[in-house]
Design a protein around this ligand. Sequence first.
Ligand SMILES: [Zn+2]
Ligand SMILES: [Zn+2]
Length: 317
Amino acid sequence: MIVRFWGVRGSSPTPLTPEDFRNKFTAIIQRVKPADLVNSETRQRFLSNLPPELFGTAGGNTACIEVRTADDTMIVLDTGTGLRELENRTRKFRENIREYHIFMSHFHYDHLLGLPYFGAMYNPRVKVTFYSPYPAMARILAKFMNTPYHPVGWDSFAADISFRVLKRNESLTLSGARIDWIRRNHPNGCFSYKVSEAGRSFIYSTDTELTEKDFQRTDKNVSYFQGADAIVLDAQYTLGEAIEKYNWGHSSYSLAVEFVREFGIRKLYLFHHDPLNTDADMEGILRSAQWFDSRLEHKGGNSLEIDLAREGHEFEL
Ligand SMILES: [Zn+2]
Ligand SMILES: [Zn+2]
């Protein structure tokens, strides 16, 4: 499967401001030396040696992840503002996607805001299936897309839309990929999804406030999390913020690292970045998470890779 990140922020879209852009540009200009400008190779080397907080951004769109199975089935995890970038890519590569499988973690705005602007929803030749364990999903979604909050209502969607309510202790097969889900601790609830295919597994666990219960090695926790290849995990806060914002429904990066270690997961993507954090703040959080991990006594000694979820990043499992 291929996984692509299109929206990685939490809570609110966070575009780079003109000031952010000027600051990055100024810092880059201050670093450049005449030898860096000699030819295209030296210029390229200079750019690739810049710290990531200067040459790029983790991204400002809210939660949206694409998973493509081996036979190219399109699975979408949440419809935050990153959904526009997903659609931009399909246009850029002239992909004619006829069917979308959209799994909703929950219905907070940051996971929904891309939906009213998603062109596929207005195309009668496209089939869209929404999946969620919430029995009221169809009503919740129709209510969100309503006047006067949006100029046109749910009725204006022309796609062939259906809803699939997911049952407890069930799992689903979509063209050879298996989908499982588990409830997370978050105000109004939230669900994590796991996509497994050809012996590899990817877990999406946004909006999760980890508690002691999550660390218990129950059959359910072990069968869902143990040995997964990669996880996207809510790591919005520092430990101090997590204590201050107890019960707000998000986790600290340190707890995220401990959790991933507990279940022997191989790769951790820190996700649901706080809208108050600059790129420099987030790179600092990443370095702290890596440092924290290096201080832990490792169970089983698997190597753990940690990175920020970055908009536009893709990887294959
Ligand atoms: Zn959220
Ligand atoms: Zn939420």
